[in-house]
Design a protein around this ligand. Structure first.
Ligand code: URA
Length: 423
């Protein structure tokens, strides 16, 4: 067996055996297969896809590449949540403490950036002192003590995914149903959850650009879950405009805190309540309506916010010190209804400012970002503030930012955020 033959086989649209997939994945992890061959292999999968059998084999090989976490020492059912990633997606930072505040344990392993902005772990690192690395034992201990932990996916959980994920980020190979499905599901299965709730983003700022692709991805992950006897529920959500107002790292954490204080953007709150009620209803075996009521109560009475403070303090962060650069205000060039805020383009601008990675070795600038002052459907006057750019000496092209917006004199019908729930 050799890597060129395997790459060529996939290039010619042929089905690979488990041994061939294992040869590539394990060879890449051990360093025998270089980045350039693995990139070609990944690109052949992006272009020619994989059958469900190949995708399950790939998932299995990535799970077997490391250790699996045993969460059986944590009380109650563990329901994990994962998002396919979107612009301004800070959901986990709000959701995890909120769900924990109603008595459901949340043991969350998150990742770093893939695509345009930082991942949950990058975002949390904008809180001074916040620790994201831990041992398995400490992770379990923390969840048993305070009901919630958000840690970096350890090097030992699906290490093959960790290495491949970083390479995909910088080789134009992020957008592929089998690669996304196996990446997410290998981490989720290896992390030991009993059930999984997935936020599948659809739209210009998402890996899946069409509802058809999002459907296919959701069904692929549900099938992988069924193979491992883990129930999987998927929420398909709109990602044509950024989620909430803040896009960056530190400024997204600040928006998450505001959301838990009850002053968050409506779309973010709606998403958190939808995903949270699925998680809580599975864990407590109650209706989604009952679960939603409990979560709304926790938002109102501040228990969700108290839980976030407890989480940050436990992981040695200082909630009063969150990185945020100075900002300039950008005004609207015209009056009208905002009909489009291109999530993907905004993400690219924020990435160039330094909030995301260009190369896998790059570090993240936690203080930069864009805070929108309007959402799609709002009316804005000429010269009224459209957004704020947070930066510290980087080049900023105002025109490039303005090009992300489209205006109209006519009121538009706004698309719903929650497109579908596949249970
Ligand atoms: N999230 C992941 O964990 N993996 C992907 O491939 C995409 C989103």
């Amino acid at each position: 067996m050799n890597s060129i033959e395997i790459i060529t086989k996939k290039k010619n649209k042929l089905q690979l055996t488990k041994e061939e997939i294992a040869f590539m994945v394990n060879g890449y992890v051990s360093g025998d297969i270089p980045d350039y061959q693995m990139s070609a292999f990944l690109m052949s999968i992006v272009c020619n896809g994989m059958t469900i059998a190949e995708t399950i084999d790939l998932t299995d090989i990535m799970i077997q590449s490391g250790e699996t976490i045993d969460l059986s020492e944590i009380k109650g059912k563990i329901v994990d949540k994962h998002s396919t990633g979107g612009i301004g997606d800070k959901t986990t930072i709000v959701l995890a403490p909120l769900v924990a505040s109603v008595g459901v344990n949340v043991a969350k392993m998150s990742g770093r950036g893939l695509g345009v902005t930082g991942g949950t772990i990058d975002k949390l690192e904008s809180i001074h002192g916040f620790q994201v690395e831990t041992t398995k034992e400490e992770f379990v201990k923390q969840v048993n003590q305070i009901g919630v932990a958000i840690m970096s996916q350890t090097g030992n959980v699906a290490p093959a995914d960790k290495k491949i994920y970083a390479l995909r980020d910088v080789s134009g190979t992020t957008e592929s149903i089998p690669l996304v499905a196996s990446s997410i599901m290998s981490k989720k299965i290896a992390s030991g959850a009993d059930a999984i709730v997935l936020d599948v983003k659809v739209g210009s700022g998402a890996l899946m650009k069409t509802i058809e692709d999002a459907h296919a991805l959701a069904h692929c992950m549900i099938e992988i879950g069924a193979h491992y006897k883990k129930p999987v529920k998927c929420v398909l959500t709109n990602m044509d405009e950024p989620l909430g107002y803040a896009i960056g790292n530190g400024i997204e954490v600040i928006e998450s805190i505001e959301t838990l204080k009850g002053n968050g953007p409506k779309d973010l709150e709606e998403l958190v309540l939808t995903l949270g009620s699925l998680m809580v209803s599975i864990a407590l075996d109650c209706s989604k309506e009952k679960a939603s009521e409990m979560l709304q109560e926790s938002l109102k009475n501040g228990k969700g916010y108290d839980k976030l403070k407890e989480l940050i303090a436990y992981q040695k962060g200082d909630i009063n010190q969150i990185e945020q650069d100075p900002y300039i205000s950008i005004k609207s060039p015209e009056s009208g209804f905002v009909t489009k805020i291109d999530a993907n383009q905004i993400g690219e601008v924020v990435k160039k400012l330094g909030a995301g990675r260009m190369k896998k070795e790059d570090s993240i600038d936690h203080g930069v970002g864009i805070r929108l002052s309007v959402k799609v459907g709002d009316f804005v006057l000429e010269n009224e503030e459209l957004l704020r750019v947070y930066f510290d000496g980087q080049d900023v092209s105002v025109q490039e930012i303005l090009d992300c917006f489209t205006f109209s004199q006519d009121v538009i019908e706004k698309q719903p955020l929650i497109l579908e729930i596949i249970e």
